[in-house]
Design a protein around this ligand. Structure first.
Ligand code: DUC
Ligand code: ZN
Ligand code: ZN
Length: 473
């Protein structure tokens, strides 16, 4: 394979930035050198096959989106991105690794489902991919499967405190799974919402004729998220399992995570761009059925209550450690439309896998986070959290050459017919303007996006076997 030199750029890492040249040999980073370095008297630029001039641009490790649902069967339909369309869209936006969720529904065997997901992804991905496993039927067989899946590189397991009859595990089941996680080192992931409270509120709203998408938000109040987050933390404390709370949206849930961390527990939180930028009032409250575009769970929160600004603050203080998308796209036509007249039938999910790096970079522009923190929360920490660090999440010798050249003088207009490559008939981010641009994306040394052209291919992406979390204290 070719040798490549990326010259003149500012190499940005989680702990600092410096003008450096990056030498790539095949699929791996060979060296990070002072600009214009010669090696044993050889001018590197004249010796390599390809030189990429990154002057005036940022050179960052490829994004790691640790929470996606490609082709997920959910809400009576399937998430509309396939592994091919979803990973291609991710590549366009500077994400070079995803960690997707294998789903076990009740009565299904985790290992069989793992194989189903491997088959769906194999040969179809444009970027590298790993898997978490959803457990929705915790019994002896699934507990045993947790050990076997770790050997396959599936080292994190998601449980649900909501979605009764679909995903929900009761507290006893959660306790047993966490005991296993404490024993085998798995990272336990939690969808923390009190499903019993929510189910009653939903039933009451629909019976009262309150059926518009806005009520999705009102029937999943922050109290349901805070209570479930607290309960999950108590079970983690009792069992000693490390806990990662997914899609945190309520400031009160952040407070629970922060308090647990202050007590020294291995408790972590993820948020998503929608909880930083979008709100109950503006999006879910849009006229007519429009709000369905933003129906996801946990729901968008009230801006009047200050959740969004608090979430940015939590990213600065490390009360929340990283940002994933929870990419779970559905089209309006025939999918979201299933919930016209009853918001509870709207498939839950938002598509963002293409825009996470840009949306979070805009937080740098607006002064919410630093340039280094941008890299940390979108790449380095996700890699460490999910046992990929060293190979992913960092530009250093020996790492996979997953590199994004980002132009801070460029511009990205998000919207259908502009930058949209996800398989959706609308954009949840229509009209968002980003003061930056993903110019070039390399995946294991291959240029897969360059100057507005997709040069990758389905099948380039490889399965990455993950180790145990490297983020635990
Ligand atoms: N929340 C969503 O919005 N979609 C997928 C599953 C989930 O927990
Ligand atoms: Zn969830
Ligand atoms: Zn999810």
């Amino acid at each position: 394979m070719a040798t490549t030199l990326i010259t003149g750029g500012l190499v940005v890492g989680a702990t600092g930035s410096a003008k450096m040249d990056v030498l790539i040999d095949g699929g791996t980073i060979a060296a990070v050198l002072a600009p214009g370095s010669t090696v044993l008297g050889h001018d590197l630029a004249a010796s390599v096959d390809v030189v990429i001039d990154a002057s005036g641009k940022y050179v960052v490790p490829g994004g790691v989106d640790a929470h996606t649902h490609m082709e997920m069967p959910f809400g009576g339909t399937f998430a509309s991105d396939t592994f091919e369309t979803g990973t291609t869209a991710a590549a366009w936006g500077g994400t070079t690794t995803i960690v997707d969720f294998v789903v076990q529904y009740p009565d299904q065997r985790p290992l069989e489902q793992y194989q189903v997901w491997q088959d769906k992804a194999a040969g179809n991905c444009a970027i590298d991919y790993g898997f978490h496993q959803i457990l929705s039927d915790v019994q002896d067989d699934s507990l045993k499967a947790m050990d076997e899946l770790i050997a396959e590189g599936v080292t994190s397991f998601k449980l649900f405190m909501a979605y009764k009859g679909v995903f929900l595990s009761d507290d006893g089941q959660i306790l047993r799974a966490f005991q296993k996680g404490s024993e085998n080192g798995a990272l336990m992931m939690m969808h923390a919402e009190n499903g019993a409270m929510i189910d009653v509120l939903v039933q009451q709203a629909v019976s009262a004729g309150n059926t518009s998408p806005y009520y999705h938000g009102l029937t999943r109040p922050w109290q349901a998220e805070e209570e479930a987050t607290h309960r999950a933390i108590m079970i983690a404390d009792l069992t000693g399992a490390p806990l990662y709370v997914v899609h945190v949206s309520a400031k009160q849930a952040v407070a629970q995570i922060a308090a647990a961390r202050d007590r020294g527990l291995n408790v972590f939180g993820e948020t998503c761009p929608q909880y930083l930028y979008l709100s109950l009032e503006e999006q879910l409250g849009a006229p007519g059925f429009e709000g369905a575009k933003w129906v996801c769970s946990t729901p968008l929160r009230s801006r009047a209550e200050g959740h969004q600004s608090h979430m940015w603050q939590s990213l600065r203080t490390n009360d929340i450690q990283m940002v994933s998308t929870d990419h779970c796209p559905f089209c309006m036509k025939d999918q979201k439309e299933m919930g016209i007249g009853d918001f509870s039938k709207i498939p839950n999910g938002i598509g963002s896998v293409e825009h996470r790096m840009d949306l979070m970079y805009q937080g740098v522009v607006s002064g919410e986070i630093t340039l280094e923190r941008w890299v940390e929360i979108t790449s380095t920490t996700p890699a460490r959290m999910f046992g990929l660090y060293g190979r992913k999440g960092v530009i250093q010798p020996g790492a996979d050459a997953d590199v994004v050249i980002y132009d801070p003088k460029g511009h990205t207009s998000i919207g259908l017919g502009k930058t949209h490559h996800m398989n959706m008939d609308y954009s949840a981010w229509e009209g968002f303007e980003i003061d930056g641009h993903v110019d070039t994306v390399l995946s294991r040394g291959s240029v897969i996006v360059d100057d507005g052209a997709f040069l990758g291919r389905a099948g380039h992406g490889q399965y990455v076997k993950r180790g145990l979390s490297q983020y635990l204290s």
